[in-house]
Design a protein around this ligand. Structure first.
Ligand code: SF4
Length: 353
């Protein structure tokens, strides 16, 4: 058993809401509100959820591109939130990010050479000749030649720009990449190429990924483990194969029901959620999903559901916890029962109100 490379515990990132001439703080948007997970070396954690659920903020908070307001982030045993100066620079060399938009994330006034070399210079890595060698190698790994060095980003297609963004991330030889919706801005025809490139790089370079996406099929393909986020919290987490075969949380069931499948046994009846996602400035009491959950009971409106864990599959749901208990810890039977309840649209239980 290897030790986790990334350990996140109770992470909170709140943004102040200001009003009036004096810009007084009148509240806070709780973009991330108590998120915990760990990622072992060489593994990929997929983070899924609707837009606005806080998944992008989780990735940026780990790298301190936005400052967390609570909780802890440890990278290779070191406290990222407490690090400053040289230590933080050293940690950032080992943790890189690839952004969603390959058009906006590359400076259009800089040639690819300057874009790639910037990180090497900041981190004082190598002589000019060594830097050139590293840049050429990084481009080759992403399927581009050294001829790209003397061209500007606008001279490349969207897929090639994302390859340049990936080369910029790997040129300084990090251990961990946050991939923030890395294919969602690309044409469908080239998404698979970039996904396969990321998988190859992970194997070749021994990288660890946090793969953030709303594309459930891609997340299943890429990830070892998957966490589902809703309104600033993780509501379910499991090894990818388990989660996709036996989802327990009503929100996960609704998300998965919207994914088309060519496999008959994986086709699910579509569950349409009603109501809007509540504001993260005023999250509901109890279970945050209760205003939209077809199985909501009185207890859901009052008490936050704790984690129920069966064989490494964790779910935060009162009804799922009850079904797991009823099934004697058989997660497959509980998942089947949760799917039935969601199809009926209510928790058929004496406790339901
Ligand atoms: Fe939340 Fe209750 Fe629905 Fe479970 S059944 S997701 S606890 S509202």
């Amino acid at each position: 058993m290897t030790s986790p490379l990334v350990e996140v515990a109770g992470l909170q990132t709140h943004f102040p809401v200001r009003k009036g001439l004096l810009r007084r703080v009148v509240g806070a948007v709780r973009a991330v509100d108590g998120v915990s997970f760990s990622i072992e070396r060489g593994r990929t954690l997929g983070l899924v959820g609707e837009s606005g659920c806080g998944k992008t903020t989780v990735g940026r908070s780990i790298l301190r591109l936005v400052e967390p307001t609570g909780g802890s982030v440890r990278f290779d045993g070191r406290d990222v939130r407490a690090a400053g100066g040289t230590e933080l620079r050293g940690l950032r060399r080992r943790m890189q990010i690839v952004f969603q938009d390959p058009y906006g994330s590359l400076n259009p006034r800089m040639k690819v050479r300057s874009i790639l070399e910037e990180g090497l210079i900041i981190h004082r890595l190598g002589t000019a000749a060594e830097r050139l060698e590293r840049m050429t190698r990084a481009l080759a790994r992403t399927g581009l030649t050294a001829a790209a060095l003397d061209r500007y980003p606008h001279e490349f297609s969207g897929g090639q720009r994302q390859r340049i963004a990936i080369a910029r991330a790997i040129v300084i030889e990090p251990d961990f990449l946050v991939l923030d919706e890395p294919i969602s801005a690309l044409d469908v025809s080239i998404q698979a190429q970039v996904v396969n490139l990321l998988v190859e790089l992970r194997e070749q370079l021994g990288l660890t990924y946090l793969f953030i996406s709303h594309d459930l099929s891609v997340v299943e393909y890429v990830s070892d483990d998957v966490a589902v986020m809703y309104l600033g919290r993780i509501v379910e987490r499991a090894p990818a194969a388990r989660l996709y075969a036996e989802p327990l949380h009503p929100y996960t069931l609704a998300l998965f029901s919207a994914v088309p499948s060519v496999e008959p046994d994986r086709r699910r009846r579509r569950i349409v959620l009603t109501g809007d996602v509540p504001s993260p400035a005023r999250p509901p009491a109890g279970c945050r999903f209760h205003p939209r959950c077809p199985l909501a009971e009185q207890v859901c409106r009052q008490t936050e559901p704790p984690a129920t864990v069966v064989d490494g599959h964790a779910v935060h749901c009162h009804v799922a916890a009850r079904e797991v208990e009823r099934a004697g810890g058989d997660a497959a039977a509980a998942a089947s029962r949760m799917a039935e309840l969601m199809a009926v649209g209510r928790a058929a239980s004496p406790a339901a109100t």
